[in-house]
Design a protein. Structure first.
Lengths: 369, 303
């Protein structure tokens, strides 16, 4: 009997232990979805690291609402099919909220999964306007959508005193869309679009367009397409003696642009997403990141870190792990991070564009002060 | 359009037109001799630019980025890529010479993809800078600045083309080429080494395309694996306009096409997005109404 009493005591103690573990498992679980394999694995790694860095910092301060936060990562490999598998996995693990998403194509099919499950989802990198219409109300875009670039472009034109601008695209959906949006926005802002030209991708001679742009009397040229054409266009404009300003869309954010344009690229403006190298307040973050992970912070690391902070902030304002309350809290976000301000519109997109102009100086892109 | 604009577009048209003409010439010669539309020709132009860039970068260590390096790159690239043309002919086209016309046409498409795919795999799709230091001096005609580089470029391509024309019309080999183009079987019976003549045609056509590639690379300052695609299409159009199979026709077609593009995109109420519509619309009109082109002779189909 004594023995069996002992067993009982053990069993009770064990049960008690199990109970306490269950209580500890009420930790808040946040899912991170990012491309951990494939071509964009390095970006995915950065996103995971930066989000974890924010969560670790929050845990070090005692967690949120007295609960500890744990994370779980799912790999979408930037592939729509794998993204669906990854999304279902996170939902079945019972995560409270999800952050991540780099490729719009991979994020799009998961919106329904998270939407049906009512899980708050903050999208870090992906920024196609298609995501806005497919959103069921639970997803938030922390990166500017492509069309907000037009606003940044017009602001830059006004700030630099360009009143007559020539806008050139490459005839594809992305660049002609951006050109059209910018032209419309600039006209509304009282500017004059002196020329709207289109070039052919893969072509090398832009002289006919250059001559037309020069003759149109433009103060500045806005190129909405990609870096290969942008470098040739810049070079040929300068060689033809064009002295005005040159502004490039985000598709030109590549070292190849500077390499090919050479000295013609000096002083050219680029509208860039908030990449960590170009953020003036990010040096502290960069150093900490390098110390923690032994590598340089990639382009989206700063924004990922902000989103990590944002979700902690939203949960603490919701005062519970209730998903509906967190979604409401996210809607009411008024957050200032390293990459910029995060406030959402009624469509859950950013209120202010986070594109920012940078300038080419000494063969490098540097932030405009 | 003001007069300045007319002159500026004339200069623009002549420069891009001389590139088209150089490439069109190779198309035309090959078509003239073995009745093959060599779709790999645009890719040969691209290969020429890459070989030129490699030579130029290598030479740059000793002779800098000036004229001497460009000329060396030009010559080496013409030689190497000319031989590449011979190799392609030997292994891809010669075995198909007696096959139906469609088979060899598809082989040409295949050769184009092999060259393009190889360049893509080797370069990873990167755009390479071809940074020359050729100066910016030149002459001014009212507000139009024409650099010596631009003049030399047009002059060099005209000289290359004139040399080619002289070769075809004045030399024994040129005569053999013309003979093979008229009747391959009869030429063989007359003791002409037909294989050799065809190889020579490929060598010269490819060397011209390579020359065009190096000049374009150096002039525009950038080289990438896809640069031959549009160029190949435009050169084909130029060859058809001028009369495919005709050497002077290719030159005329190239220059006309360049001017058509330059002035076409300056027309009032017509934007530059219509430029390619002009170019390829003209191609269709020629193919429908004058398939022999401006200077081509009508070819009687042999039975």
């Amino acid at each position: 009997m004594v023995v069996s009493f002992k067993t009982l005591a053990c069993a009770t103690a064990l049960a008690g232990l199990v109970m306490t573990t269950v209580a500890a498992a009420a930790d808040i679980k946040i899912g991170i979805v990012a491309p951990m394999t494939g071509q964009l694995a390095s970006e995915g790694q950065d996103m995971e690291n930066a989000v974890k860095m924010a969560i670790d910092a929050a845990n070090a301060k005692g967690g949120v609402n007295g609960d500890k936060i744990i994370t779980t990562t799912a790999d979408d490999a930037c592939d729509p099919q794998q993204a669906v598998t990854a999304g279902s996995k996170l939902v079945s693990e019972g995560v409270t909220a999800i952050v991540g998403g780099y490729c719009s194509g991979a994020v799009l099919p998961t919106l329904k999964i998270y939407g049906d499950a009512g899980i708050p989802f903050v999208i870090i990198g992906a920024n196609s306007t298609k995501l806005v219409s497919a959103n069921q109300g639970n997803a938030f875009l922390a990166n500017s959508t492509g069309d907000m670039q037009a606003t940044t472009a017009v602001d830059l034109f006004k700030k630099n005193g360009y009143s007559k601008v020539a806008i050139i695209d490459e005839g594809d959906a992305y660049s002609s869309d951006l050109a059209k949006l910018t032209a419309d926005a600039f006209k509304v802002a009282g500017g004059e679009v002196t020329a709207r030209e289109t070039t052919t991708a893969g072509e090398q001679d832009y002289s006919a367009v250059v001559t037309k742009v020069k003759a149109s009397g433009a103060d500045a040229v806005f190129w909405t397409a990609y870096h290969a054409g942008g470098a040739l266009l810049t070079k040929q404009l300068r060689q033809a003696g064009f002295q005005g300003g040159m502004v490039l869309g985000d598709g030109n954010n590549s070292p190849e642009y500077l390499e090919i344009a050479g000295s013609a690229g000096e002083g050219v403006y680029l509208l860039s997403p908030p990449t960590v190298d170009l953020l003036s307040g990010a040096s502290d973050f960069k150093a900490k990141y390098k110390e923690a992970y032994g590598r340089d912070a990639g382009a989206y690391a700063a924004l990922s870190h902000d989103v990590g902070d944002l979700i902690v902030d939203a949960i603490s304002r919701a005062k519970s792990a209730d998903q509906k309350a967190i979604i409401e809290a996210l809607k009411a976000s008024d957050f200032k991070g390293i990459a910029g301000e995060i406030k959402f519109t009624d469509k859950n997109t950013l209120q202010t564009s986070n594109f920012r102009p940078v300038i080419a100086k000494g063969g490098k892109w540097v932030a405009v002060e | 359009m003001t007069l300045d604009l007319v002159i500026q577009q004339l200069v623009n048209g002549l420069i891009v037109g001389s590139f088209y003409a150089l490439i069109a010439l190779g198309y035309s010669m090959v078509f003239g001799v073995i009745k093959l539309l060599n779709f790999a020709h645009g890719d040969i132009y691209m290969n020429g630019a890459f070989v030129g860039l490699i030579v130029f970068s290598f030479m740059g260590l000793w002779v800098g980025n000036g004229w001497f390096g460009v000329v060396c790159a030009l010559l080496v690239s013409m030689l190497v890529v000319g031989l590449l043309g011979v190799v392609i002919e030997r292994f891809a086209y010669r075995p198909m010479r007696n096959a139906p016309r469609l088979s060899i046409l598809i082989t040409a498409l295949g050769a184009s993809m092999v060259l393009n795919g190889t360049a893509l795999a080797l370069t990873g799709g990167r755009h390479f800078a071809f940074n020359t230091d050729l100066g910016f001096a030149g002459v001014d005609i009212s507000t139009v600045h024409i650099t010596y580089t631009q003049m030399l470029l047009v002059a060099a391509s005209i000289a290359l083309m004139a040399g080619m024309q002289a070769f075809v019309s004045r030399t024994m080999y040129g005569k053999a080429m013309r003979a093979v183009s008229i009747d391959m079987g009869a030429s063989r019976l007359m003791g002409i080494d037909v294989d050799r003549v065809i190889a020579l045609t490929f060598f010269m056509g490819s060397a011209l395309a390579a020359g065009g590639g190096v000049m374009a690379g150096a002039y525009y300052g950038s080289v990438h694996f896809f640069m031959g695609f549009i160029m190949g299409l435009k050169a084909f159009t130029a060859a058809v306009i001028g009369g495919i199979g005709s050497v002077p026709g290719a030159m005329l077609g190239g220059l006309l096409l360049g001017l058509l593009e330059a002035y076409g995109s300056s027309l009032p109420f017509v934007g530059s997005e219509w430029r390619d519509v002009f170019v390829f619309g003209t191609l269709i009109l020629f193919l429908v109404f004058k398939p022999t082109g401006l200077l081509g002779r009508s070819v009687v189909e042999r039975v």
